[in-house]
Design a protein around this ligand. Structure first.
Ligand code: TMP
Ligand code: ASP
Length: 238
């Protein structure tokens, strides 16, 4: 597969066309962003670590029956994916209160939820990814009723699949964000699943093993990602 033109540059990944119209290449960079691009850094080996972790998680989800765009990892920092028509909303599930939910409702970070909370956000950095609900999505035609239902159901299914995967590695899946796209008349999981887009805490100590280490200047960011990979059994060498 040949890498073509740069199609899109995100904050941590670049997307390239290929010689096949329905295939794209995701290029995982070392760039690390927080607070919608307000805080930026390059962290050595992060691109490679995220490409490896994403390959592992997407493979696990596919084998559990979730349709994803992932096809294969083709280099340390590149993976081939199916081209989707992306829906501009972010789907978040939370098992433990943290981050914006803690701020919005004034509930202490670390509160264990009896049942998962599902939230939609609009994918728009300039607006700081505002919190939205089904009604906004319908009113502005960002997605159909059936797609709204599918995004919620699929995100909760992913939670049911990944919670035990992380638990077996001694890690709490606190929360995560997914993005979906249209593949014909079906939805498929797009984007990535890496410690950049979720919160992972050590089950015993509740130490942070995700991008909050960068947001909060805790240090050892990529070391924590590597620890997650090691505990999950993600291959760290080819
Ligand atoms: P939040 O607590 O900031 O709302 O984030 C919830 C989870 O979703 C957290 O794991 C980070 C992830 N997330 C992103 O990766 N990108 C985003 O733009 C948003 C809003 C959340
Ligand atoms: N994903 C957003 C960013 O990269 C928000 C965040 O992670 O803090 O800036």
């Amino acid at each position: 597969m040949k890498k073509g033109d740069l199609l899109y540059t995100g904050k941590a990944k670049s997307v390239y066309t290929t010689d096949q119209a329905d295939r794209l290449i995701l290029h995982f960079r070392n760039d690390t962003s927080a607070f919608d691009g307000a805080k930026l850094a390059k962290l050595d080996r992060k691109g490679e670590m995220n490409n490896r972790i994403n390959t592992f998680i997407m493979g696990h989800l596919e084998s559990a029956g979730i349709a994803t765009h992932f096809i294969e990892r083709i280099s340390a920092v590149d993976s081939v994916v199916k081209r989707l028509d992306m829906i501009k909303v972010e789907c978040v599930v939370r098992n433990i209160v943290a981050g914006s939910l803690s701020k919005r409702l004034g509930i202490e970070e670390g509160f264990d939820l009896d049942q998962p909370v599902f939230e939609f956000f609009l994918k728009d950095d300039a607006l700081h990814d505002p919190f939205i609900n089904d009604s906004h999505i319908r009113a502005f035609s960002w997605a159909s009723d059936a797609e709204i239902d599918a995004m919620r159901t699929l995100t909760l299914q992913v939670n049911d699949i990944l919670k035990p995967l992380f638990a077996n590695a001694g890690i709490l899946l606190v929360d995560f964000k997914l993005e979906f796209g249209r593949d014909g008349d079906q939805l498929a999981l797009g984007d990535e699943f890496t410690p950049d887009g979720c919160r992972l805490w050590d089950a015993k100590t509740r130490n942070k093993l995700d991008k909050d280490r960068f947001r909060r200047d805790l240090g050892d960011v990529v070391e924590a990602y590597e620890e997650v990979a090691r505990r999950l059994g993600v291959p760290l060498q080819d």
